[in-house]
Design a protein around this ligand. Structure first.
Ligand code: SF4
Length: 351
């Protein structure tokens, strides 16, 4: 079993590498747990380059827990529009309110309390506690899994229960207890910039001599994963209804993608449907009360890729002369206000 001292050369080489290679990112200049929290949630599933603009806009509009907790959820979702994984924004909002009521508006400082906030898992709790409070919790993201699997030559799949335990124990042992914040940042940055997924820069790597994957030519084989999750295909047919200066939106409900976001009336089918079939279908007839209409436009089918779903979507723009009964279930809005509502990126592309 390695002791902490056995890892000293690794830690030192990593720290030196980090000092010369780290990117200058705004959330690295603060120990404010609120700012760190927002940056970590935005960066989940999002590239730094894309996330930076969102982070700046978010912090400018919601500079602290109170301003976020008091904002309408629709405004939070609107600011999040285009980032995807909207449950992150809903959870941020709910947790801000939880902090106001349960922790008197002060961001909690104990790891277990941080972990109790909605949408905060092991990784984010470790990031907040180590970056803001210097507590010895190791952050393990995809970059860290890759560095550890390659450097130590570990074959255990990173997405297995056994792998999660093993990598967590190893990352904790490797952690520099005096500087858990910079150590964690360095590990993740090293994976993001040096030990990258497809073309790691091994020739200029300070860990090359002792890296097992490098010395055994196993880099492309590590890290290992149990398997990929299956992807479900869905077929969305949006009906953009034009009635004088009005149109109609629906707010998506729970237990499905895009909860809380707005979209045109949707007819979901089990397979791809052409426009002619769609306009004859029962759901369409119900939506329009079978009245006559004018087609103002049709879109090509777009493929929208989510982590577990591939959505094939088309949009038909129609003009009605009178409001159908079915449209009473939808939110009636002025066409000129269409862009005020938070929507998915797919819906935005039709707008
Ligand atoms: S030698 Fe290559 S594989 Fe090993 S840690 Fe360095 S960059 Fe990663």
């Amino acid at each position: 079993m390695n002791t902490n001292d056995d890892f000293k050369p690794f830690r030192q080489a990593l720290a030196t590498w980090y000092q010369s290679n780290k990117r200058d990112l705004p959330w690295r200049h603060t120990t404010d747990p609120y700012i760190i929290w927002i940056s970590e949630i935005i960066l989940q599933q999002t590239q730094v380059v894309q996330g930076l603009g969102y982070f700046n806009r978010f912090i400018e509009r919601f500079p602290n827990v109170k301003s976020l907790a008091e904002a309408p959820l629709d405004e939070v979702l609107k600011l999040w529009q285009g980032l995807g994984y909207y449950s992150r924004a809903r959870n941020l909002h709910a947790s801000a309110q939880q902090i106001m009521t349960q922790f008197h508006g002060e961001f909690p400082t104990e790891h277990a309390q941080v972990l109790s906030l909605k949408g905060i898992g092991e990784y984010t709790a470790a990031a907040i506690c180590s970056f803001a409070y210097q507590q010895p919790f190791a952050t393990i993201d995809g970059n860290v899994y890759r560095v550890l699997a390659r450097y130590f030559g570990i074959d255990t799949p990173i997405d297995s229960t056994e792998g999660k335990k093993l990598f967590s124990a190893l990352a904790t042992e490797l952690l520099n207890p005096e500087h858990p914040d910079t150590h964690n940042q360095a590990m993740m940055e090293f994976g993001a910039l040096q030990c990258t997924p497809s073309s790691p820069n091994c020739d200029a790597c300070p860990l090359q001599n002792s890296c097992i994957a490098y010395n055994h030519k196993r880099i492309a084989k590590l890290p290992k994963k149990v398997g990929k999750t299956s992807v479900r295909a869905r077929y969305f047919n949006y009906i953009f209804v034009h009635l004088d200066t009005k149109t109609y939106l629906h707010q998506r409900g729970p237990k499905d993608i895009w909860q809380g976001l707005y979209e045109f009336p949707l007819i979901e089918t089990t397979q791809a449907t052409n426009v002619e079939e769609l306009l004859k279908s029962e759901p369409f007839q119900k939506l329009t009360d079978g009245q006559s209409f004018t087609i103002l436009g049709t879109s090509p089918t777009k493929k929208h890729v989510l982590s577990h779903q591939h959505i094939f979507a088309q949009c038909v723009h129609i003009q009605l002369n009178k409001k159908s009964t079915a449209l009473n279930q939808y939110t009636e809005i002025d066409l000129k206000n269409l862009h005020d509502y938070p929507t998915s990126r797919l819906m935005e592309s039709f707008l």
